[in-house]
Design a protein around this ligand. Structure first.
Ligand code: GUN
Ligand code: ZN
Length: 432
């Protein structure tokens, strides 16, 4: 059975920072035909409508904006009750708030309820794919994938590996972490829409033996992801230098154990040095930048212009990093990225921001042929944005005069979950 969505629609085929006008397709009155969870046709409504069977159901969204679902490159599902925790920077914040909440996820009922809330919240914010940290408990991963599989969302997730500098109930061992991860990969990686990420939390909480085991897993299962944190906070960087006295840099620690590569997502990358950026570029490693978190935990300002330097452009994307991050919304995340860049005399045009949170992040995940775009063959994860969602948006939009770039800038600056009118997962409308 096919159905269709009609209305203004926007989708990117390339990066507007390099491809300009040709980077996107905008249809003022478009039609998107969906069949068995995939997009089969996209084009002007006037052209496509006469070709559809007469009984085709059409969801009509005049005045809205139809786009691919948003993609979040970095988020923690067990931190929905860590978000908005007061007054600490990274290492203290982890001990005082985060580990306390993550301990609760060894209870399967707590994990299932947490995963359920989290996924519903992502969808309410228009996020249809995310790279997600679970906890050290394998049950927390089971709970997450089970809930995601039931919703048919495309999610990437993994068991946190942590064998030191954490409370006893949140520690594994190199062997146990390896065995548990392996079993989870075999069960979940590629099952339905679920994908696995080997997840050593960060160098502070893993011994060399555990980082070695993470490298082994990545070699044995090369099409899984690897996600971890790097260079978020000055005290963290100093601690890594102390724990790995032989290392030339934080990046060198991960490099030494074979953890860099084109399916590696490094959260934060706030304080990287030039040689470290060079190495990320050489290995096609992705920097997942998390502005609301960096501001809230007081970590610093990521330097996107340096990361993107023309001679060695590092692959980048945006993540929320909830619960260090303060919003589930990729719109708000783009707005805070804009401010982080403003503070450094850099720019983030709205077209580039919307490219990043859709197709850019899909490419960063190596999923650019499956999600992040409205085009035939793509999975039908689709959102409907409302540029008039709130009184301040309505008031401001009165002066936007139908200009696409201005509309997008209003959406990212003033919009949040209220601007997500509808979310479709694999062609099915959810939560409405
Ligand atoms: N570094 C290691 N673990 C974490 C975490 O849970 N959140 C953030 N923001 N940084 C981390
Ligand atoms: Zn994080």
């Amino acid at each position: 059975m096919s159905h269709a969505l009609r209305g203004p629609m926007l989708s990117f085929s390339a990066d507007p920072s390099t491809a300009g006008q040709g980077a996107y397709e905008y249809l003022e009155d478009g039609l998107l035909v969906v069949e068995n969870g995939r997009i089969t046709q996209m084009g002007d409504a006037a052209r496509l409508l006469p070709t559809l069977p007469e009984d085709t159901a059409i969801d009509h969204y005049p005045g809205k904006l139809i786009m691919p679902g948003f993609i979040d490159l970095h988020i923690h599902y067990p931190q929905t009750q860590v978000i908005a925790s007061y007054g600490a920077q990274l290492l203290e914040w982890l001990e005082k708030y985060t580990f306390v909440e993550e301990l609760k996820y060894s209870d399967p009922a707590h994990a299932a309820a947490g995963a359920s809330f989290f996924l519903d919240e992502l969808l309410r914010n228009g996020t249809t794919t995310a790279a997600v940290y679970c906890t050290v408990s394998p049950g927390s991963v089971e709970a997450f994938f089970a809930q995601s599989h039931r919703r048919n969302t495309r999610m990437i997730a993994g068991k946190v590996l942590m064998d030191r500098n954490a409370p006893p109930g949140l520690r594994d061992t190199p062997r146990q972490g390896y065995d548990d991860s392996r079993a989870l990969i075999e069960k979940w990686h590629g099952r339905g829409r679920q994908l696995y990420a080997v997840t050593p939390r960060f160098a502070v909480t893993s011994t060399e033996a555990q980082l070695e085991a993470a490298g082994t897993l990545k070699r044995e299962f090369p099409d899984t992801y690897l996600q971890t944190h790097i260079s978020e906070n000055r005290a963290e960087i100093a601690e890594v230098a102390r724990l790995f006295p032989w290392s030339r840099s934080y990046t060198h620690v991960y490099d030494r154990f074979g953890l860099l590569g084109d399916k590696t997502l490094l959260g934060h990358c706030v304080h990287l040095t030039e040689p470290e950026m060079q190495r990320l570029w050489e290995t096609a490693t992705v920097a997942a930048l998390c502005p609301t978190s960096n501001l809230f935990i007081g970590s610093g300002l990521f330097d996107l212009a340096s990361l993107h330097r023309a001679e060695r452009p590092v692959r980048t994307g945006f993540g929320t990093d909830v619960g260090g991050g303060t919003s589930y919304s990729m719109l708000q995340t783009a707005a805070e990225a804009y401010k982080v860049m403003q503070l450094q005399g850099q720019n983030l045009p709205a077209l580039e921001a919307f490219h990043t949170i859709t197709r850019g992040n899909a490419n960063a995940l190596d999923l650019g042929d499956k999600i992040g775009r409205l085009a035939p063959g793509y999975e039908a994860d689709i959102i409907v944005l409302d540029p008039l969602a709130t009184p301040p948006m309505q008031h401001r939009m009165a002066t936007a005069a139908g200009n696409l770039q201005e509309t997008l800038f209003v959406l990212m600056t003033l919009g949040d979950d209220r601007a997500i009118h509808r979310t479709y997962v694999a062609g099915k409308s959810v939560g409405a």
